[in-house]
Ligand binder design. Structure first.
Ligand code: DGJ
Length: 733
């Protein structure tokens, strides 16, 4: 039976008050949201306060959820709000609020009480619990939504805020989610980064007070910090052990997550759009819908949590998550801005020769008055540069077809160089402060997507490309600048700017998807500056980083994989790093494979290797894209990194193994323990992706039980002369 939600139940409860022992009887409503393994339980008390009374492993008997709190002997709450399901401020609250308002009459207090709840079963696996809260004094309402995905143990939580007062109400804070967790200690794994240094993990024990993860960058919002994080309870979770919550906000702009250990030693997590410079005014009858905060809880370590999220993303969120993807040759690092029709004709032939599906033309194809021959000019002028491409994109698309490959193109439609016809014509479309000096990020400025005319323009860029070139098969959507001098020439309420920008972007993406529902699009932001599930519902894949050094990528892709499935990770073979082509290709195969190299410069045997590797990849890519991912050896803890992708029926897998420490005589001294296999099945393991002329040291004829491979393990024989080893695991029947 799918227990993704149980009906609210009422029961009699006993209260012990401090005046001796007084029994008080009151009716309570309990709203448990249960998924395959977990429960998130809300409770309405006699005074109609809504609290989160439990978030953890599900109990056999749901009536017992209400007995949990009494087993904790903690200090006083004082407010009755510490575990509020959506903490209002300005009344009796003493901690970080989820919502802060100024009412139409100037009053700053809010006290939200339960009005009603309802459940919709959206399908066999997915349910939506809706809880309406209202202030007693003011005509102000918040509706909380909890969308639960039974099989994946995932919950998406968001709310709508609505007012019917006599004038405007200002929201100073408007979080998406407010969680409450009980544990002896809490360990936060967060991420920081910069260009070419995305997804650097950092783990620390949370102390009393508030730890904030946030972004104020507007666009390219994840450049210094993404919103995804992990919190382990009681001790840091390992790959396969421990209780850990993974969370993240589905929002491509400023976010803020506060993790507060309160005076009762419990952890409150409040996450939503960053309220920094973003007071939001609601007119009577208006509604604000917050983005969803997404979380999953695992009691079997990080590995399980990551598989939950990956499955959820493929099943429900990532565009075409269950579909297929195109391998490609990109020209960015092969040519940078220096190309013309002749050069591209050669690259189109190389695309075919290499054996990938598509050629992707990167930055530099546009701009005439201000040609895009570098990153200082031309951005915004989306007409083919007549000198470089006298016959336009149309002829390139045709030529690609004649070569038997598809054609894709790079755009950065949200941005403008001051040296551009667009800027000359529409200075009022640019985000800048009217009276202040312009300040640039990569010599460019951001277009004002809060302005519907700019939204039309950005939609028009994509629509125009497809209208002129219906065979266009792929878009790489870049976004290289952050927002400085946040100001719109047309927006009435400037403090809506950051929120309305992202909503403007989503409006454009929705229009694009309504007209072009399936065309693959890569989400890129000067590397991985904008990767989140708010955007990924419109994109088929993302660009993790401009850093394609394969050694670095082993670490980076490892961290991304906790939150995002391999099918979404665009990994390109480039000339970054010192590793041989095999190592570079093997690492890129752990996701969606692409190349960004000068094919004609490859030595003959390297080219042969690449051609064969692409064929091997085509044979195993569905396992990598749709399989379950098991992290076997952590590069941060071992000299060997090892990752397994395994089909759901546990019959076939691919294992990638690398030497990540090049000190003298380092090698895979011990076998690598496999995971997730069927103990009773017989398997054979063969090496694939061999460099031409080399022989494998692996005996592919030998058979092992799943039991053996999971208890004793398998040695991939990684060493200084075999720094990268790809193995195929197959059931023998
Ligand atoms: C930044 C991207 O991350 C690169 O891959 C490339 O497309 C450049 N922009 C082009 O300007």
């Amino acid at each position: 039976m799918n227990l993704s939600w149980l009906p609210p139940f009422r029961f009699l409860s006993l209260f012990a008050l401090n005046l001796g022992f007084v029994l008080s009887v009151s009716a309570q409503t309990v709203l448990p949201v249960e998924t395959q393994n977990n429960a998130m339980v809300l409770q309405v008390d006699a005074k109609k306060n809504l609290s989160m009374i439990y978030l953890g492993r599900k109990l056999e008997h749901s009536q017992e959820y209400t007995s949990i709190a009494s087993q904790y002997k903690q200090s006083a709450d004082y407010t009755g709000l510490l575990n509020s399901a959506y903490t209002p401020s300005g009344s009796r609250n003493l901690v970080e609020p989820a919502i802060t308002v100024t009412h139409a009459d100037g009053n700053n207090s809010l006290d939200l009480r339960y009005i009603r709840s309802s459940l919709k079963k959206l399908d066999e696996q997915v349910s939506l619990l809706t809880v309406v809260l209202k202030d007693k004094v003011y005509n102000f309402e918040v509706t909380l939504y909890y969308k639960s995905y039974f099989k994946e143990d995932v919950i998406e939580q968001w709310c709508t805020i609505r007012q019917q007062e006599k004038g405007n109400v200002t929201l100073h804070k408007f979080a998406s989610a407010n969680l409450h967790l009980r544990g002896g200690s809490y360990w936060l794994n967060q991420y920081h980064g910069d260009w070419a240094k995305e997804m650097q993990p950092e783990e620390s024990r949370l102390t009393h007070g508030i730890k904030t993860l946030d972004s104020k960058l507007g666009t390219r919002a994840n450049l210094f910090q993404p919103s995804v994080f992990m919190v382990s309870l009681n001790k840091p979770a390992t790959e396969d052990e421990g209780e850990v919550l993974f969370g993240g906000l589905e929002w491509s702009g400023n976010f803020r997550t506060d993790l507060e250990i309160d005076n009762q030693d419990n952890l409150r997590i409040i996450s939503g759009i960053n309220n920094y410079a973003s007071a939001y005014t609601l007119k009577p009858g208006e509604e604000l819908r917050t983005p969803a905060f997404l979380y999953t809880l695992s009691t079997q370590g990080k590995g399980k949590a990551s598989r939950n999220l990956q499955q959820w993303a493929r099943n429900y969120k990532l565009l075409d998550g269950k579909g297929t993807r195109l391998t490609l040759l990109n020209n960015w690092e092969a040519t940078y801005f220096d190309f013309n029709e002749n050069k591209l004709a050669g690259l189109l032939k190389d695309t075919k020769k290499l054996g990938v599906d598509l050629f992707l033309l990167d930055d530099g194809w546009f701009g005439n008055k201000y040609p895009r021959n570098g990153d200082v000019a031309g951005l915004g002028d989306w007409q083919e540069n007549k000198k470089k491409l006298p016959n336009g994109i149309t002829s390139l698309v045709k030529e690609a077809r004649e070569n038997g490959v598809k054609f894709g193109i790079w755009i950065e439609p949200e941005m403008v160089n001051p040296k551009s016809e667009l800027y000359d014509k529409h200075p009022d479309w640019v985000v800048k402060q009217p009276e202040r000096d312009e300040y640039y990020f990569r010599n460019q400025l951001v277009l004002d997507l809060t302005n519907p005319k700019v939204q039309d323009f950005v939609f028009g860029i994509v629509d125009g490309l497809f209208t002129k070139n219906p065979e266009l098969a792929y878009i790489k959507w870049d976004c290289n600048a952050v927002i400085y001098n946040a100001h719109s020439a047309t927006l009435k309420d400037q403090s809506h700017f950051y929120v309305d920008y992202v909503q403007g972007l989503y409006k454009v993406l929705q229009r694009i998807r309504a007209k072009y529902p399936t065309v693959p699009m890569m989400l890129c932001s000067g590397g991985g500056g904008r990767i989140d599930y708010g955007a990924l519902q419109y994109f088929t894949e993302f660009w993790p980083s401009d850093n394609t050094d394969p050694l670095e990528r082993i670490f980076m892709q490892w961290e991304y994989s906790y939150f995002y499935p391999a099918i979404a990770s665009s990994n390109h073979v480039t000339d970054w790093g010192k590793q041989p082509i095999k190592f570079r290709t093997d690492v890129a195969m752990m996701g969606k494979l692409g190349f960004d190299i000068v094919v004609s410069h490859l030595p003959e045997s390297d080219l042969k290797f690449c051609q064969e590797a692409i064929q091997q990849y085509n044979a195993v890519k569905s396992i990598i894209w749709q399989g379950d991912q098991y992290r076997l050896a952590n590069p941060r803890e071992s000299v060997v990194a090892s990752m397994l992708y395994l089909t759901e029926d546990k019959s076939t897998g691919v294992i990638f193994n690398y030497l990540v420490n090049y000190r003298y005589d380092e090698n895979s001294k011990q076998p690598v323990l496999l995971k997730g296999l069927d103990a009773a099945k017989q398997y054979k393991i063969t090496e694939i992706n061999l460099y031409p002329g080399t022989k494998s040291t692996i005996d592919g004829a030998k058979q092992y039980t799943g039991d053996f491979l999971m208890k004793i393990g398998f040695n991939p024989d990684v060493n200084a002369s075999r720094t990268s080893v790809v193995l195929k695991l197959e059931e023998v029947k």
